[in-house]
Design a protein around this ligand. Structure first.
Ligand code: S3P
Length: 173
């Protein structure tokens, strides 16, 4: 039986939003981008929330947005890269769905996020080093949270979504 919701986790640049949209349409589920939910509810962009209220405040909003999403069914949810930083979030996702980790090598993440400017955690001089540090600290959290893992290196979002669909069908046949 397919899980109630499907949660995509992984680093900034892993492709959660693009793969999530594609996967939702393949599975005929509704797509939800958690960062967009937070922005809409706060009336502020993610950048503004970090700048004006700080990361802890953002994590609180992220936790409440996830809790509300988890009350629905039939969703594909693209989470923010830091969702795994609170064990409570992982528990919430686990108890209400299947967790798909979109994995990518550090150099691939660097390539995908370069040229983007909307990620507050990477607004530092050595953002590539910062991204690698964040990846190293979160890797075990992503791995232990995941029900299944999709390697996204060298794949388009559509290809990763197709692979996720196949793995989900196998796991939840
Ligand atoms: C964050 C990732 C961002 C966003 C926020 C914090 C993180 O989402 O939630 O900037 O802690 O990794 P994306 O993973 O979609 O970039």
């Amino acid at each position: 039986m397919q899980p109630d919701n499907i949660y995509l986790i992984g680093m900034m640049g892993a492709g959660k939003s693009a793969v999530g949209k594609s996967l939702a349409s393949l599975l005929q589920r509704k797509f939800v981008d958690l960062d967009s939910v937070i922005e809409k509810e706060a009336g502020l962009s993610i950048e503004q929330i970090f700048a004006e209220k700080g990361e802890d405040f953002f994590r609180g909003l992220e936790n409440s947005a996830l809790t509300r999403c988890a009350e629905s069914k039939g969703l594909v949810v693209a989470t923010g890269g830091g969702i795994v930083s609170r064990p409570e979030n992982v528990e919430r996702m686990r108890s209400t769905g299947g967790i798909v980790y979109l994995q990518a090598a550090a150099h691939v993440l660097v390539e995908r996020v370069s040229g983007t400017t909307h990620r507050p955690l990477l607004k530092v001089e050595n953002w590539q080093g910062r991204l690698r540090e964040i990846l190293e600290s979160r890797r075990p959290l992503y791995e232990s949270a995941a029900d299944l893992t999709v390697l996204t290196d060298g794949k388009t979002a559509a290809q990763s979504a197709m692979l996720a669909k196949e793995l989900l069908e196998k796991k939840y046949a």
